[in-house]
Structures are given as C-alpha cells and as structure tokens.
Design a protein around this ligand. Structure first.
Ligand code: ASP
Length: 441
C-alpha cells in the first residue's frame, strides 16, 4: 500500500474550518497516513501566528514583565486552541496540557521549548480529531551537541516508531538535544520534519500543503498572475530558493532528495489543483519550456579591482578572495575581465567592513584602482531547458535591451541551469517582467 506523508502549514490549520478541510483531504486518500502539522497560523492578514505569540510570551517572561501581561497573552493562546476544539465539537480537554506548558515557560524552560509548543498542542488536537495516534517529535528527532540534526539516529528512531503505527500525527518544527532540552529548527522548519518523516516512512510522496497552488514562475508581487510551475527539479528549486523564491524551507529538500522521494506542493484551499511536483528527474522534456522560473534579490554591491596586466599575474584571484575570507564575507559572483575583477557580495555583508576590505585589497594586490558600487539587483533565470535551447542568453539580453534596461553583469553557470543578470536596483521589477514576458507568452 502506498504511503504519503502530508505536512500542513500554519495557514492550513489556522482555525476549525481549516481543520475540517485538512481532515477531508486526509480522508480522501488512504495513502495519507502520516501527518505533520505546523502551529496555527494567521486567520486573516492582521492576525498573529501562535508561534509568534509564544515567542512574545517567552520574551515577556524573560523580561520579568508584570504577571498580568503574561497571563493576558497566554490567555489569547489558550483561546485559539480552545476555540478550535470547541468548533470542531471535540470533547477533549486540553487545559491540563495548557497549564503544564505555561508553568514550564514560567520556570525557564527556554525559548525553543516555548516556540515548539505551538506545533505540539496543535498536533494533539489534530490527532484526536482524525483519530490517529500521536507521536511526540521529542522522542524521535535528535539534534547533536552542535545543534545540527543527527540524521542517522533520527532516521532510525522515526522509522522504528512509525512501524508501530499505521496512522499518526507528528508535530513539526522541533526535536531534542542530547541533554534532553527541546530545540527547534529555524522558522518554517515543520517542512523539514515532514521531509524527515517521509524519508523514514519510505514514502512514495511527500505532500506539502500550504495556501498557494504551487511554486510560481515569478514573484506574484512583481509579475501579474504568474504561471504555476508544474514540475521542477531539486537543483532548479535550489537555485530559485537561493535567490529568494520561498514556498518550502530550504533544508527540507535534503532528506527526501537523498531518498528519491518527490515533493508535491499543494493548496489546502484548492485541493483539486495539482500543485507543483519537485522531482529528481523530470518526467519529460518539454522543448517549449526553456525556463522554469525567475527569482531575484536586491541589495548587492560590487567591488571592482582594476590593474593593468592583471591577467598574467599568477595568484591574483586567490589573494583577492583571501581578503574576503579573512573578513568573513562570502561572495556571490566573480565576473572578471582581462584587467578587472569584480566581486559581487550582499551589501549587508559589507557593513562596518568597507574601509578595512578596501585597504586589505590595496595591500595584497596593489591595484590601479579599487572601488565599491552599491544598488545592484540580481535576477536568476533558471531552467533545465536551457541546456538544449540555443540563444537563451541572447533572448534575456534582448528582452532587457527592449525594456531599456542596462545589464551591469551577466553570468551563466557552466551547468547551463541558470543565467544571472545584475541590473540596477530601481530597474529590478521591470527586468523581471521583461524576462518573464519574453519566455512566457
Ligand atoms: N510554526 C513555525 C513557524 O512559524 C514552524 C512552521 O510553521 O513550519 O516558523
């Protein structure tokens, strides 16, 4: 019998109505046997996620704010859970758990413990509602002393535990440290838990249910109604995520990728939409589709070094990069000419280090000139289709030229999976639209 691990994000479990939709989705496919929930998210735009309320509560306690303020906030958290239970018509008393969590928070159980309770409490309710077993992530997800996931120990523990349950709910977002304290992943980390569970369950599919119908080809705040990507490879996804496209936590890819399990991004509010499939190997080669997606970011700077006869000076590049290394700055790109070398970095990484960096470069390589320009945006055009299509870079350049946008940098990875162009920040949105318009008719 096939197994699907299904993870539901916070907006999919924000209130009782959403719990009902989620239950319907789970019941409509018997393969959906292991469920990983997030904490209740926003019901409306102005709402606060339960995770954020828990962080806030922790801060109030730590700052020794008056007890009334803490009680008031914790009361709001309690109301959210009790409201869901009441509206679902469950005869389930969560008050003992809620009281326990509050006491633990008051007795310095830590920031991660506080945040993790959002998922823990939500999973208890969901398990009751679905009549599935509850498995506490604390007993199966292990971190190492350095705070990274203990992958093998976790995989063995999750697999052993799942073999005892045909149907179970496992709270997302947290696990346990070797000393027994609770630790969470970074924000959005329930995606990682889902991926871990999918790997251990040897699932056929990892479904990640959220509030959009998949990965969009471009940022909808920039391009009007962008198309949904039907199928994307893990590598393409990594390129797009790195450049700022987000639907899935970046670290959620690794466990399932190793195991060759595809991820399907789905929309809880539109369960009939097929969503986006993230796969290791695409099912077919669609020659029409040269590009899979466009992503980008503002906030980059370029440090340019000019020196006559640079090309014949052995070790020049190494010395420049050593300066960046010594200053703890990672670089994004290294476009170079015969007598110039440019290093593209995030502007934020230069904060407080500009002068030292310029001086070190001057000392190490004695350039004719060195200067920093800010205000660069990078646009990544990503697609496995580029490998076979000729003229993709020309089309990107042409589209930008027609939109009267100057290209300040261009870089094509030799894997031919992406082309990165650097444009002025104030032309970023126009650049994305121009490229989108060129490739998506
Ligand atoms: N609830 C956590 C957060 O808001 C984790 C998650 O939703 O995946 O970041």
């Amino acid at each position: 019998m096939p197994i699907k691990v299904v993870k539901f994000g916070g907006s999919s479990l924000a209130d009782a109505e959403h719990f009902k939709q989620v239950a319907q989705i789970i019941r409509s496919d018997p393969a959906r046997r292991y469920v990983v929930p997030s904490a209740p998210g926003k019901r409306i735009k102005e709402d606060t996620k339960v995770t954020d309320m828990l962080y806030r509560c922790y801060e109030l306690i730590r700052a020794r704010e008056p007890r009334e303020a803490i009680d008031r906030l914790y009361g709001q958290i309690t109301d959210r859970y009790n409201g869901i239970i009441a509206e679902l018509g469950l005869s389930f008393d969560l008050s003992g758990e809620l009281e326990y969590v509050k006491n633990a928070m008051l007795h310095a159980s830590g920031r991660d413990y506080a945040a993790s309770r959002g998922e823990y409490l939500n999973a208890l309710i969901l398990a009751k509602y679905l009549k599935f077993d509850f498995i506490d992530a604390e007993n199966i997800i292990y971190f190492k002393d350095d705070g990274t996931l203990d992958e093998e120990k976790t995989n063995d523990a999750v697999a052993a535990e799942l073999s005892q349950h045909t149907h179970a709910v496992i709270p997302g977002f947290y696990g346990v440290m070797p000393n027994g304290t609770i630790k969470t992943f970074s924000r959005g980390g329930s995606d990682i838990t889902g991926s871990i569970v999918a790997r251990a369950a040897k699932a056929d599919l990892y479904e990640n249910w959220t509030d959009v119908s998949g990965f969009m080809m471009a940022d909808p705040r920039i391009v009007k109604d962008p198309c949904i990507i039907q199928e994307i490879t893990y590598r393409e996804l990594r390129e797009l995520s790195y450049m700022g496209a987000t639907v899935l936590h970046e670290d959620a890819v690794f466990p399932v990728r190793t195991a060759g399990i595809p991820i399907n991004i789905r929309n809880t509010n539109r369960p009939d939409d097929p969503g986006t499939m993230i796969v290791a190997h695409p099912s077919g080669f669609d020659t029409e589709k040269v590009i899979t997606g466009i992503a980008g970011k503002k906030g980059f700077s370029v440090l340019t070094i000019e020196k006559d006869m640079m090309n014949s000076e052995i070790g020049f590049g190494r010395k420049v990069l050593e300066v960046f290394e010594e200053n703890g700055i990672s670089f994004e790109h290294l476009p170079s000419g015969i007598d110039t070398m440019s290093v593209v970095v995030a502007t934020s990484a230069l904060e407080g280090r500009r002068d030292r960096l310029m001086q070190s470069v001057a000392r190490m390589v004695r350039p004719d000139s060195v200067f920093i320009e800010d205000g660069l945006a990078l646009v990544a055009v990503v697609g496995r289709g580029m490998i076979k299509a000729k003229g993709t870079a020309a089309r990107v350049c042409d589209a930008l030229a027609r939109a009267d946008i100057n290209i300040r940098m261009i870089d094509q990875g030799s894997s031919e999976l992406n082309i990165i162009v650097g444009v002025s920040e104030d032309e970023y949105e126009d650049a994305v639209n121009a490229i989108y318009g060129e490739f998506v008719k």
